[in-house]
Design a protein. Sequence first.
Length: 297
Amino acid sequence: MRKKLTYRIFFLLSIIIIIFSFLFFQEKINHLISQKQIAKPFIKLNKDKLIRIIFEDENKKIEVYKKNNHWYLKKDNFEFKADEERINKTIDALINIKKEEVISQNKNKHQSFGIDKKKITFYAGKNKLEIYIGNSINFSNNYVRIDNENTVFLAENLNDVFSNNDWRDLRVGLINKQEEVNSLEINYFNKGKSLKLLKEKGDWKINEKNTKKERVDFFINDLITLKADDIITQENFTLLNPEITINVKENNQLKKTSIFSIDTNYYLLKIEGNKLIYKIKKIYISSLEKDEDDFIQ
């Protein structure tokens, strides 16, 4: 009888220990999940649902918006393509913000952290999210505040968000797809020379001579990545006597480009049929000047 009673007591104690252990570990797991959510407050934000972003830096305000799955902005009543690589990099940095090192919860100290000057507002459907970016304390960290919270904490990879207020895509776009380029013709009127590259059965030739493919590829890549410092949208802008012309045949479609010198530092580049005029440093255009030997030796 006593043995049976002892067994029952032991059994009940085991059940109680198991229940308490389960409750203890469940609380620990919930706490860890909660901490993870706090550490990355925007991890559940679906960037594909973002439709509008507003960048505010004191008196400057720039709005980018999504249209047909691409980002655009308006400047001087003209619609430009936005720099999608930079925008996506900014979105990724904000989604991955870690709310770990809390600096202050005193709203009276916000100004001392520079929290009151720069703000990014995200719109995802009907939802709005505001992030205040304060002073930087080194090359990778800034003071940050979210929405109406008083908490100020440190976040990484936000230093470059306001480094440049021009969010336009400044790429010239001479070439879209390298593999679809059929021919290139460049005339250097100021130097009295010209080059013609032609692709025949997958091989590049210059003035009917075989070339080294990697050198042609590097040259085409330079044309693909060519960027302007500014984009001019003035109508009836007269440009005469180009110093350089570049004719690109891509997928059997011809694109004609003329380059004009305006001063000692800059060229203006105009693509036929495009209203935009690109202002480019001369050093970038000068690097495109090649000789026949640059492709065959």
